[in-house]
Design a protein around this ligand. Structure first.
Ligand code: SF4
Ligand code: SF4
Length: 450
C-alpha cells in the first residue's frame, strides 16, 4: 500500500517554503556593521550573535541559500526576537528588518513543529485574545478563580511554573478584572463639547477594552472636551496587531478587512487609536492587504486616516484648559512603547502634551528606547527574557524619581505594573489620556500629604 502523501514542510525544502520567503535584496542591504546590536533587547539579555538582528539576518540568508537548515534551533532564534523594531531605527543602511522578520515569522507559523503544549497555548492565544466576546467568556471562570482565592493558592505553590513557564507567565499577567470588562460601555456616537472641530472614529482595542477600559473612557472625554465628535462603530473587533506581529497572516488579513468594513459608514475625518501596537498595525493595512485586489485601495485609504490619539491632539492642539494634578510640582516619566517610538516614530508629541499639564516635570529614563519585554504576547511565550527586560525597565523608570509613569500601550502597562509590584514599588502607571483627562476635570492624582 502506498504511504499517504505528506504535506510539504520546511524540512522537505531544507529551507523556507516558496511562499514569500524573506526578501534576498533586503538581506543583501545588511552590511553586517553591527550597529544594531547595541539597541537590540534580545541580544542585550541573551548575549549571542544569533539572537541579534545581524545574526538573524545571517540565518535568514543561510536558509534562503540552503546553507543553513530551517530547524528548531534556527526557529528558536527567530522566536527570541521581540519585534520591537529598535534595529530598524538604528540601522544606518536602512535594512527593513521588520519586513524580514514578518516574512520569517509567517514561514515559522506554517512550518514549525512545536511541542504539543506550546502549540495548544499558541492556538489558545490566537483563537481567544483577538475576539473580545470569546475573551469575556473565558474571563467568567477566571473571575471565579480570583474570587475564591484559588489564584493566591496557585501562585503560592508555583504549580503552573512546573507544568509550563508560559502558562505561569500568562497567569502572572492576570490583574483584577474590572467590573466594566463584561460589556462595552461607550455609546456609538459621543457629541463634541462646544463647536465641533472634527468627527473622529475610535478603536477600542480587544484586550484594552476588557482589562483597562478606563483608558478608552478617558480618551473619549479628552477628545470631546477638545471639540471632537467621536464615532465608535459597534461592529469593530481586533485590529489584527497580535496576529500580524506573530506571523498569523491569514488571521491578520481577515481582521484588517473586518476593521475596514466596520468604519466604512462612519464618515470620519480620522480613525484614532490609543494603543501603540494597534496603531502601528492599522497604519500597515495597505501592506497587509497588498495582495487583496478588493481591499488593497480601501486599506491604503483607511491607513491614511489613522493617527495615534497623541499624534492627533498634538497636531490639532488642545483647546480646553488644564489644571495641575497636585499642588506641588509633579515629577513624571513617559515610557516610549516600541511600536510608538520605532514603529510610528512618535516620541515628541506625547511629551509635548504631558508638559502642557501645569506643574509637570518630565524626566527621561536611561535606555528609554529599550523594550520593556511585553511585545504583544512575547512576555507569555518567552518569559525569561521578558522578565529580565521588565525588571530593567521598572528600575530605569523609577530611578528617575518619577511619582507617576505615563505609558500609551496596554501591553507595556501590564508588564511595567507587574514588575513594579514585584519590586514593591507603588508608582502608578497611567495612560497619557488618563492624565490629560484628570487635568481637564481638575482632579488630583495623589492624595494630599498630611
Ligand atoms: S541590520 Fe543594519 S545595523 Fe544591523 S548589522 Fe545590518 S546593516 Fe548593520
Ligand atoms: S526587532 Fe528588536 S528584538 Fe528583534 S532583532 Fe530588532 S532590535 Fe532585536
Amino acid at each position: 500500500m502506498q504511504a499517504p502523501e505528506k504535506p510539504a514542510t520546511a524540512q522537505d525544502f531544507l529551507g523556507f517554503d516558496p511562499t514569500n520567503p524573506p526578501d534576498p535584496n533586503q538581506i543583501d542591504a545588511c552590511v553586517h556593521c553591527g550597529f544594531c546590536l547595541a539597541t537590540c533587547p534580545s541580544y542585550r539579555v541573551i548575549g549571542k550573535e544569533n539572537d541579534s538582528p545581524r545574526g538573524r539576518i545571517y540565518l535568514m540568508d543561510g536558509i534562503n541559500t540552503g546553507e543553513v537548515e530551517f530547524t528548531d534551533t534556527s526557529i528558536q532564534h527567530f522566536d527570541s526576537c521581540l519585534g520591537c523594531l529598535a534595529c530598524v531605527t538604528t540601522c544606518p543602511s536602512g535594512v527593513q528588518y521588520d519586513q524580514l522578520i514578518e516574512a520569517t515569522r509567517a514561514q515559522v507559523t506554517r512550518n514549525a513543529d512545536r511541542p504539543l503544549m506550546e502549540r495548544l497555548l499558541r492556538q489558545g492565544i490566537f483563537n481567544i485574545f483577538p475576539y473580545p466576546d470569546r475573551l469575556r467568556l473565558l474571563l467568567r471562570p477566571v473571575s471565579l478563580y480570583q474570587k475564591f482565592g484559588l489564584q493566591k493558592w496557585v501562585r503560592s505553590t508555583g504549580l503552573l511554573g512546573k507544568i509550563s513557564p508560559q502558562l505561569a507567565a500568562m497567569e502572572g499577567m492576570l490583574t483584577e478584572i474590572p467590573d466594566k470588562a463584561w460589556r462595552d460601555t461607550l455609546p456609538e456616537i459621543i457629541p463634541a463639547q462646544g463647536e465641533p472641530r472634527y468627527r473622529v472614529g475610535m478603536l477600542l482595542g480587544c484586550v484594552q477594552r476588557l482589562f483597562n477600559p478606563d483608558v478608552n473612557e478617558a480618551t473619549v472625554r479628552v477628545l470631546t472636551a477638545n471639540g471632537c465628535e467621536v464615532a465608535i462603530p459597534p461592529s469593530q473587533g481586533c485590529c489584527g496587531a497580535l496576529s500580524h506581529h506573530q506571523g498569523q497572516e491569514a488571521q491578520a488579513e481577515d481582521l484588517a478587512r473586518q476593521t475596514i468594513d466596520s468604519f466604512a459608514a462612519a464618515n470620519v475625518d480620522y480613525v484614532l487609536i490609543n494603543a501603540s501596537g494597534c496603531g502601528h498595525t492599522l497604519k500597515e493595512y495597505g501592506h497587509i492587504l497588498k495582495d487583496d485586489e478588493q481591499y488593497r485601495d480601501r486599506a491604503k485609504a483607511f491607513s491614511a486616516k489613522v493617527k495615534d490619539v497623541q499624534e492627533f491632539l498634538a497636531e490639532v492642539g488642545l483647546t480646553t484648559p488644564l489644571s495641575p494634578l497636585q499642588d506641588a510640582p509633579l515629577t513624571m516619566v513617559y515610557q516610549d512603547a516600541c511600536h510608538m517610538l520605532h514603529g510610528q516614530k512618535i516620541s515628541v508629541q506625547p511629551r509635548q502634551l504631558l508638559k502642557q499639564i501645569p506643574g509637570v516635570k518630565l524626566r527621561e529614563p536611561i535606555d528609554a528606547a529599550l523594550c520593556c519585554g511585553s511585545a504583544g504576547v512575547y512576555n507569555i511565550l518567552q518569559p525569561e527574557v521578558a522578565h529580565e527586560l521588565g525588571q530593567q525597565k521598572a528600575n530605569n523608570l523609577t530611578n528617575t524619581g518619577a511619582q507617576v509613569i505615563a505609558s500609551a500601550n496596554i501591553g507595556c502597562y501590564v508588564q511595567i505594573s507587574k514588575h513594579l509590584e514585584m519590586q514593591g514599588k507603588a508608582v502608578p502607571v497611567l495612560h497619557p489620556m488618563q492624565l490629560l483627562d484628570m487635568a481637564i476635570q481638575g482632579q488630583q492624582l495623589l492624595p494630599p500629604a498630611n
